[in-house]
Design a protein around this ligand. Structure first.
Ligand SMILES: Cc1cc2nc3c(=O)[nH]c(=O)nc-3n(C[C@H](O)[C@H](O)[C@H](O)COP(=O)(O)O)c2cc1C
Length: 309
């Protein structure tokens, strides 16, 4: 029988497999995050937290289609103080890694919310500078600009007390590679690629945009080729920073593709809506089938392999 090792190490944190719940999909509660671990996820990411609680946008905020999902939830969350309580509860339930996530409207606020969440028992921290759905409030995402991304990276590193930081980037930035490299130079330990892509859908009967916010973030299978190219570009551009490759991963082979272009961890979000919360274990099983077929004994050995052409 072939021995198969699916474990990966990410900035020194051990994950039993690379499949992690992406931010924003199953909220912040310890129980729902722990359930993902029970159902096979290697780790989880909490919904992005802000300094103060937020209600988000009015309904409709989400719509599902055959090949994609669009949302403009508007970063609704209970605020960092409540989020920290759930993180502490999660860590009492399991030793599995948990990735914190924060967002803010200004550089200073990013620093403040980072300082607060870094007191919680998280294993690393993702900085969401790439949400496309809050333009009315914050203008265009910080992840579209090298200067803004660098300023936030420096500030969060200064106030993170040594916590490893992953900057979450946008597939809408044509120069995502250059932005990733600049974040790394500014101190980022890792890169998460990618957040949703800006988009919209129209209700032809009512002749209006479907979402109350008009625009939203596109996720799911339609995002995958865009995410793969983004991860490829990031991998080409950074020196050492490992990547949390996210966007449209629905099957084990999708996750393998993400690792082949350079992902060490693979984020899974919208697939939960299509395949249910058991999707984490299912994807891992499908990855193991690939390992068997291709005689791969260590999953980590395929990271970035498609780049060697
Ligand atoms: C309903 C919903 C809410 C999301 N909320 C967040 C969030 O709070 N913070 C964040 O960084 N990303 C958020 N995302 C983006 C996901 O983490 C992920 O990057 C994106 O959906 C692409 O992955 P997927 O195709 O597997 O869903 C959200 C996505 C969806 C669908």
């Amino acid at each position: 029988m072939q021995i198969m090792n699916t474990a990966v190490s990410f900035l020194g944190v051990k994950f039993k497999n690379p499949v992690v719940l992406a931010s924003g999909i199953l909220g912040v509660t310890a129980a729902s995050l722990k359930r993902c671990i029970d159902l096979g996820a290697g780790g989880v990411t909490i919904k992005s937290l802000s300094l103060q609680p937020r209600t988000g946008h009015h309904n409709p905020t989400m719509a599902g289609y055959e090949h994609f999902f669009i949302n403009a939830v508007g970063l609704s969350n209970p605020g960092v103080t409540e989020g920290i309580k759930e993180i502490k509860k999660f860590k009492k339930l399991t030793r599995a890694p948990i990735i914190g996530s924060v967002f803010a409207g200004t550089v200073e606020e990013f620093g403040e919310v980072t300082e607060q969440i870094c007191k919680a028992p998280i294993d690393l921290l993702e900085i969401d500078i790439s949400c496309p759905n809050v333009g009315d409030e914050f203008g265009c995402p910080f992840a579209y600009s090298i200067e803004a991304a660098v300023a936030i990276t420096k500030e969060v590193k200064r106030r993170s007390g040594g916590m490893p930081i992953s900057m979450k980037l946008s597939p809408n930035a044509w120069n995502i590679g250059a932005i990733a490299a600049a974040c790394e130079q500014a101190g980022a330990d890792a890169i998460t690629a990618v957040n949703t892509a800006a988009g919209m859908t129209i209700d032809v009967d009512f002749q209006v945009p479907v979402l109350s916010n008009k625009f939203g973030g596109v996720s799911g299978p339609a995002l995958k080729p865009i995410a793969l190219k983004s991860v490829w570009d990031v991998k080409q551009s950074v020196k050492r920073a490992p990547i949390i490759a996210t966007g449209g991963v629905t099957t084990g082979e999708d996750a393998i593709e993400m690792m082949l272009v350079g992902g060490t961890l693979v984020g899974v979000g919208s697939a939960v809506f299509w395949r249910g919360p058991k999707v984490f274990g299912t994807i891992v099983k499908e990855m193991e089938q690939y390992m068997k077929r291709k005689r791969v004994t260590k999953l980590s050995s395929i990271i970035g392999k498609a780049q060697r052409v």
